[in-house]
Ligand binder design. Structure first.
Ligand code: CP
Ligand code: NVA
Length: 320
């Protein structure tokens, strides 16, 4: 019963999760704290905590997914609710029904919408016309649930967030990086980006991250040399060089990013107890070598698991 009061205590009920820009550090901490409780209870054998009994989450996918789809679906089941997988082309959306009309209709049936879309504008439009919370499950611009979950993994592995150094190596315009910039800046994690200077973050996202960093005291730095960037790194993070929807740029990006592969040698230049993170799916041999992703630094499987616990917290706080 105590769970029923979470949302009112933490005041997230009904809120969308589209960018992270509008989330205060204490709201992010309430998600992390709640996720910790869910994870502890899960390992104590309490798999089902029915705070969302009878509630339904619509999950719209314009692009493929393994982790996001499965972790949200299992999360709803373990919260006593139900999730509907809706492929973009199986909906009338695929035949031209507007996003606004789809949002209005879905709001009459379900208690929340999670969507993975190509353009960020699509999710903003969905949220504008939906009467239920809308959660971004990745767009071309951001991947907020991934970044919140990654903060949880870092907190779990390092026992703190404030003052740590996270170094993202690779595509400096990556959607996951954009969300890591925002989440790190809000929670006091120092972030450094090692990328070619042609691939730097979206200016609006960077400005929002810099504003948040002023409050938390976090630093945001850019490097072209990955070895210089990873000096003293507590976390080395990478993502694919070619994101979904960018297939035409493959040749150009691979050529540009070749010096940014995370290798054993690069990891040896980070802090002695550095961890390696990747949102997955990985293109082994491209952005990271097998010896790192399968090596002693890697926490990628725990990182993937934590999507489940953190998204249960997000769903419970927004939808309960
Ligand atoms: N990391 C992540 O969102 O993975 P999927 O594309 O498999 O959902
Ligand atoms: N940057 C990647 C992340 C996948 C989870 C993509 O958008 O394809």
């Amino acid at each position: 019963m105590e769970y029923r009061s979470w949302s009112s205590i933490r005041n997230l009920k009904g809120k969308d999760l589209l960018w992270l820009v509008d989330y205060k550090p204490e709201e992010l901490w309430s998600i992390l704290d709640t996720a910790r409780i869910f994870k502890e209870r899960f390992y104590a054998g309490e798999r089902v905590i029915p705070v969302l009994q009878g509630k339904v989450l619509a999950m719209i996918f314009q692009k493929p997914s393994t982790r996001t789809r499965i972790s949200f679906e299992v999360a709803m089941l373990q919260l006593g609710g139900h999730a509907l997988y809706l492929g973009w082309r199986d909906l009338q959306l695929g035949r031209g029904e507007t996003i606004a009309d789809t949002a209005r209709v879905l709001s009459r049936y379900v208690d929340g919408i999670m969507a993975r879309v190509f353009a960020q504008e699509t999710i903003v439009e969905l949220a504008k016309y939906a009467d239920v919370p809308v959660i971004n499950g990745l767009s071309d611009l951001v991947h907020p649930v991934q970044a919140i979950s990654d903060m949880f993994t870092i907190w779990e592995k390092k026992g703190k967030l404030q003052g740590l150094k996270l170094v993202f190596v690779g595509d400096g315009s990556d959607n996951v990086l954009h969300s890591l910039l925002l989440a790190s800046a809000k929670l006091g994690v120092n972030i450094a980006v090692a990328s070619p200077k042609e691939l730097r973050p979206n200016k609006e996202i960077l400005r929002a991250a810099e504003e948040a960093a002023e409050f938390s005291g976090a630093t945001i730095e850019f490097y072209e040399d990955p070895y210089e960037a990873v000096r003293g790194a507590d976390i080395v993070y990478t993502d694919v060089w070619v994101s979904m929807g960018q297939e035409e740029e493959r040749e150009k990006k691979v050529k540009m990013l070749e010096p940014y592969r995370v290798t054993v040698d690069l990891m040896k230049h980070a802090a002695r107890d550095a961890i390696f993170m990747h949102c997955l799916p990985a293109h082994r041999g491209e952005e990271v070598v097998n010896e790192v992703i399968d090596g002693p630094w890697s926490v990628v499987w725990d990182q993937a698991e934590n999507r489940l616990h953190v998204q249960k917290a997000i769903l419970a706080l927004l939808l309960a």
